[in-house]
Write a protein that binds this ligand. Sequence first.
Ligand code: AHR
Length: 522
Amino acid sequence: MPLALVCLCLLSVTVAQAQSTDAPKDTGSSDVTVTLHADQPLGKVNPNIYGHFAEHLGRCIYEGIWVGEDSSIPNTRGIRNDVTAALREMNIPVLRWPGGCFADEYHWMDGIGPRDKRPALINTHWGGVVENNHFGTHEFLDLCEQIGAEPYVCGNVGSGSVQEMMNWVEYMTSDADSPMANLRRANGRDKPWKVPYFGVGNESWGCGGNMRPEYYADLYRRYSTFVKNYSGNRIFKIAGGANVADYNWTEVLMSRAGRLMHGLSLHHYTIPTGNWGRKGSATEFDEAIYHKTLSRTLFMDELVTKHSEIMDRHDPNKRVGMVIDEWGIWTDVEPGTNPGFLYQQNSIRDAIIAGLNFHIFHKHADRVSMANIAQTINVLQAMILTDKEKMLLTPTYHVFEMFSVHQGGTFLPLQIETPDYTVGDSSIPAVSASATRDADGEIHLSLVNTNPNQALRVTCSMNGAEAKNISGRVLTAPKFNSYNSFDAPETVKPTDFDGASLRGNQIEINLPSKAVVVLSLR
Ligand code: AHR
């Protein structure tokens, strides 16, 4: 399969001026042409690309997930029911926990046994609040069982011992008559859990210990040796990866420890202004910042490409997966909220960011084996926001739910010719697209129109596929900063899409401005 076909999905070939109309021009010709090569299927899109991340940070775990058994908020063993129902609906394949930076100061034994006897600690990274450890290993693994997600546990390298990490894995996964397995039984869980993913530290170049890659590579070799497979549990070991474009980190890790890992992580956040000191508001931004944000998020493609090239040199058979276990937009916190809690709103801009990143991950499906958006609830680019007993679904939630049809599908390469969306002297492709075929033979085509001012007419020709029926859903919004609030929780939500029609092996699509569309073809 020529690589060029895979790599063209974000290429823009012509430049069009932004116009202020939401109806496609009736010129009879297309603004965008897509050629879908259904006859040249590539590998599978790993479902774990649609993974999530929940840290002990702000109101993600406490209030967002854990309310306690005595809460008036309906719950199952302390975990709120409205949230688990919404997460099940979204089909979360994998959930990363307990951090993030928190992971490297977390001592798992503080979070087991009777809750009233668990010691408290100060969450030094996130607001300096007291962590009562009421949500620990049993509660997390119960959550995973309730929502049908596989657990991805991140171990403590920064301030924890090898023995502590080894014991945790034995505690969770061993069925033997052994000290840790018996302790788990004494705490009420007879059967071991399956824990398929284990991270050996987090951001060891920063909050996880400020290490040099050479030093961390040695520590990874040592710690990971003692992350054992007990009782049929097979662990996919994930090494802490680079900070954004630190390619040397990937080089050193792959050359010194590559053979001992199954996955290597990568973190990249989209900062609207590019300035960590003043990142920009989640909802109050102009079109220049809107454009800049989307342009910055597209940098993910370059990052994945360059880190992949390094991994390819050391691992040409692509045995080691790239695990993008923190990604998403990071804005200023909502005014009046604790700066350490990272609580931000979520607009249609975030939904578009999610769609663009998924298309990038699909394109690199041969190397990217998992991605975990930061974070599930009430933190950063969240799926769900809560206000005590109230809960709302964000635009990002809706994209995850709409795109869940891509999980595990076969990637179908496509070429796209799209105008640019230009603001000032900066241009990005107006349209991005990606397609997969599911196990039943249905083709799912997702499209993102980044342009907030102009609907576009798209013609998609399919090679090697015919369809008789087409259906779809669209997520768009009145303004490029529209969001769901507790007063108006359904401002941005998906609706049925009637803007696509089939003519032979051609699909005509009227793609609304600032929109995410998912089409299904049977
Ligand atoms: O997701 C918030 C924080 O961002 C994580 O704790 C850390 O790993 C990263 O710097």
